[in-house]
Write a protein that binds this ligand. Sequence first.
Ligand code: F6R
Length: 366
Amino acid sequence: EKGGYDHFMLKEIYEQPSAISDTYRGRIRVAEGIIKMAGIDDNLAKLLNAKRIIVIACGTSWHAGLVAEYIFEELVRIPVEVEYASEFRYRNPVIHQDDVVIAISQSGETADTMAAIKLAKERGAFVFGVCNVVGSSISRETHAGAYTHAGPEIGVASTKAFTTQITVLSLIALKLAERKGTISNSDFHYYLQELERVPEKVKIALESNEHIKLIADKYKDAKNFLYLGRGYNFPVALEGALKLKEISYIHAEGYPAAEMKHGPIALIDEQMPVVVIATKKGHYDKVVSNIQEIKSRKGKIIGIVTEGDETVKGLADHVIEIPETIEFLTPLLTTIPLQLLSYHIAVMLDKNVDQPRNLAKSVTVE
Ligand code: F6R
């Protein structure tokens, strides 16, 4: 049932082109410029009038929420807060009637996320769910929702759930932005076209697998890793570090690249691999100067770059290329090499990739 792959995680990484297209298929008509999502269409006024969006989630789903924060604020111009469900629920949060809560959960069973939803509902917020498991507890508890059609995710480390969550959240943002008039009609059409090209580009990103394996082999014995990104790719850095931690048991941290100089740069020496997401557009020049700072402290740099990049190639020890896309969709591509890198390191270290120690696929206790 692993479809010829050694592990569910690898199978699920490779399923992402089809999982992403399954998530938007039936919901978008690119030629006509239409996004149809029942959960959104039926609650359009509520969503458009939201003064604030509060995203609640845990783990990888929380990282998808962070990506959504950047997307919503840019496209829809509604302020977004992203909260760990476990913190939100115990903090007597300020919630207003015109707040919209978006709860993100692959399993739809996470205890903290569930409790946070109940609290938000009690205080009068409208709660929208983004779940993968159809009929799950969270999908039933929320007022409305949209499923990620990722199919079953068996590997404990979340992969295709993350990219399909970002896909659904992008669709929602695009739909609201179009209705609110916060993006132009031509941009709206162009963005939809670009979204439709993502699965092909994910396939191309997956072609770096053998190259990534060589990099994994070189750094598998490192004791620590740093992951850096800015803007839309800051949450991807967090997610890359989480993937490595949970399946290889190597300590890793994700940071916004510019925060380096406020502390973590002290960690850098010739033993420290630093994965830097340095795609074109997203503050590229700033990231290049961050790379120079690491290089001058002899850190080993693994750059995730846009196809054809020369500048980072000249500075980094290794580069992994991804195809070009519009900025807010880059997380769907930059995530892929990070998933593969942690997968190969874990396999080389002989770890139980699909069922890492101490972890469960759904965390139904707080
Ligand atoms: C990481 C991972 C966990 C989950 C988290 C939330 O790979 O799988 O961090 O993302 O436990 O789970 P869901 O999305 O099911 O609520």
